[in-house]
Every structure is written in structure tokens, then in C-alpha cells.
Ligand binder design. Structure first.
Ligand SMILES: [Zn+2]
Ligand SMILES: [Zn+2]
Length: 51
């Protein structure tokens, strides 16, 4: 499996929201927000975050 965002990069996990495969770099970025999600889902979650 390879990252669904970065072509050719081995996947290290999956987005818990949509299930797309993510590489370590994607996971590190999501971890800054306390999430394990892809970029698309992160934006969606952040935009819909409850007040
Ligand atoms: Zn996702
Ligand atoms: Zn990636």
C-alpha cells in the first residue's frame, strides 16, 4: 500500500474517517491536530469543529 496523498510513499496508517492510506509524513501532520486523518478529512473536521 502507498500513501493516498503522496504517490510512491509507503503507507504507515489509514485515515480513521475515510480509510485512505497515509504515509508517516501525513500521520505526523495530522498528529499535530490530535487526529489520524487525511488532509481532506482534516479540513472537513476543522471547519465543522464544534465551538
Ligand atoms: Zn480521510
Ligand atoms: Zn502522505
Amino acid at each position: 500500500m502507498t500513501c493516498g496523498v503522496h504517490q510512491g510513499i509507503p503507507a504507515a496508517g489509514r485515515c480513521f474517517n475515510c480509510g485512505v492510506w497515509l504515509c508517516q509524513e501525513c500521520l505526523d501532520t495530522a498528529a499535530e491536530f490530535g487526529l489520524v486523518v487525511c488532509g481532506d478529512c482534516m479540513m472537513r473536521i476543522l471547519l465543522q469543529a464544534p465551538e
